[in-house]
Design a protein around this ligand. Structure first.
Ligand code: TYD
Ligand code: MG
Length: 465
């Protein structure tokens, strides 16, 4: 019997050391080293996804040979288009065969629901849904809640050992595999507990090898830590092809699926869902929902034309400005960077001559979205002034411009997309920077009145007289 060997792993970056170290030399984090038992002997090579008995010759591996790039043939395998348009969009146009996709998100946000829904919707394919977190009955109950809970080719396996999972995979021969949470999986090749750095790394390596060798896409669900990063080693994110983040306020029904890394597409994509009693519904026209509760002629509201990823969105910025009851006025913002709000208030004070020093300012982006597009600046300023003066902004006006420190309106990228979206939603007038207006030229045809303005105070004068 071989002696159990232990190694210290950095829980942050996965670096290893024979001894405990206080500060990780590779990532610089303090106190992240944890001792884990590793066992290398007798078993097949680490990273192997096949059960020991099926690996011919045990540890023997065929060495790869280098080849000139020109000689390498590749056949483009068609992507698997899922019935979920939002997921296809964030994946850059469908699931790539043999890809490893990691979906991270806070507990209860709906990761398992989304994955089960997709497993059930892939009607033409055989899907294996492996859960290490829930019982078969729980999964069945969830499937019954979903609007479309029937799919004879969807197999459920409640198992946490990767070797057993691969045995089942051998039998079922699925076209897509879902692993409900990589942190609950464990491999017998490594001795430490499930969720530890070496287990997560080993299980991911086995699944990666399986995915690449059989061209089967594997969707991994990953937990998230308190600070919002995916739990486990950074290495996990390096190993997979695509990292998606599922986020949103748990008390609100909107959920956003964001691309963080994608080897097969752009990372600026975004999918929007709404959590309903019957599962997640795709929201293909988010602006309509974000604006639907708008009552005409209320003060403190302005519509900003923003871009989330490649998708134009019109959002409602709400501000409430009231005289401060206590000495220090409060500034609070939801869904918008509060430092940026402070800066814009200072600009309003200095460049537009508003007296906000004695007022509390509350800002909210409707719908529970968190946005950081600077093009919202003008709408934030307009909402604040509208509330301060108690003068509403006409319902068919929107704004898209960054506001600079000297009160100038700065250009924003891809104005044509923002204009097109606003026009589609029935807006008549958009305030933009004069620098955007200059380049707009003839190529953009729009029936909107485009007000190209140089300074923020001109916008405020024009809106509030
Ligand atoms: P779940 O998918 O288990 O989240 P995760 O796997 O990310 O931890 O649960 C999502 C939440 O959504 C849960 O609180 C119940 C709720 N839910 C609905 O509102 N409607 C539904 O149809 C389903 C299945 C869940
Ligand atoms: Mg879950």
């Amino acid at each position: 019997m071989a002696k159990a060997r232990t190694i210290f792993f950095c829980q942050n970056c996965g670096a290893q050391s024979a001894k405990w170290i206080g500060r990780c030399p590779s990532c610089g984090e303090w106190n992240t080293y944890v001792e884990e038992v590793v066992q290398k002997e007798t078993a097949p090579a680490a990273g192997s996804w096949k059960p020991a008995s099926t690996v011919p010759g045990g540890n023997m591996q065929k060495a790869a040979k280098s080849r000139p790039l020109a000689d390498i043939q590749h056949e483009e395998e068609p992507r698997i288009l899922t019935p979920d348009g939002e997921l296809n969009r964030v994946l850059g146009g469908g699931l790539v065969p043999g890809s490893l996709v990691l979906i991270g998100g806070e507990p209860g946000i709906g990761k398992s629901t989304l994955m089960l829904q997709i497993a059930l919707a892939l009607k033409k394919l055989k899907v294996l849904y492996v859960s290490g977190e829930e019982s078969e009955a729980q999964i069945k109950m969830r499937a019954e809640r979903l609007a479309d809970g029937q799919h004879p080719g969807c197999y459920i396996l409640t198992e946490t050992s990767t070797q057993n999972i691969f045995r089942q995979i051998d039998q079922v021969q699925p076209n897509v595999v879902v692993i409900d949470s990589i942190q609950t999986m464990h491999s017998t090749l490594v001795e430490s507990g499930a969720g530890s750095v070496s287990q997560v790394r080993e299980c991911t390596a086995e699944l990666l090898k399986y995915a690449k060798e059989t061209s089967t896409p594997v969707l991994l669900i990953g937990h998230i830590t308190k600070d919002g990063s995916i739990a486990g080693p950074k290495i996990l994110e390096h190993m997979v092809d695509t990292v998606l983040q599922f986020e949103g306020d748990r008390h609100l029904s909107y959920r956003i699926l964001r691309t963080i890394k994608n080897r097969f597409g752009s990372t600026s994509e975004l999918g929007i869902y709404e959590m309903q009693g019957t599962g997640l519904r795709q929201v293909s026209n988010p602006s309509e929902i974000l604006l639907s509760q708008r009552a005409e002629s209320l003060s403190g509201m302005a519509i900003g034309a923003t871009l989330e990823g490649n998708r134009p969105l019109l959002v409602e910025v709400q501000a409430l400005v009231t005289p401060a009851t206590y000495g220090t006025p409060q500034r609070s913002s939801t869904g918008f960077d509060s430092k940026r709000l402070q800066m814009l208030l200072a600009v309003l004070e200095k460049r537009a001559g508003l007296r906000l020093g004695q007022h509390d300012v509350f800002l909210n982006i409707a719908g529970g979205l968190r946005l950081d597009d600077p093009a919202l600046d003008a709408a934030v300023c307009a909402a604040v002034v509208s509330s301060l003066n108690d003068l509403p902004i006409p319902g068919d006006v929107c704004l898209a411009a960054e506001v600079g420190l000297s009160g100038e309106m700065r250009a924003v990228p891809r104005l044509d997309q923002r204009l097109a979206e606003a026009e589609k939603l029935g807006f008549k007038e958009m305030y933009v920077s004069q620098f955007n207006g200059r380049n707009l030229g003839e190529q953009v045809r729009t029936s909107m009145r485009v007000q190209a303005v140089g300074r923020l105070d001109e916008v405020l004068n024009s809106l509030f007289g």
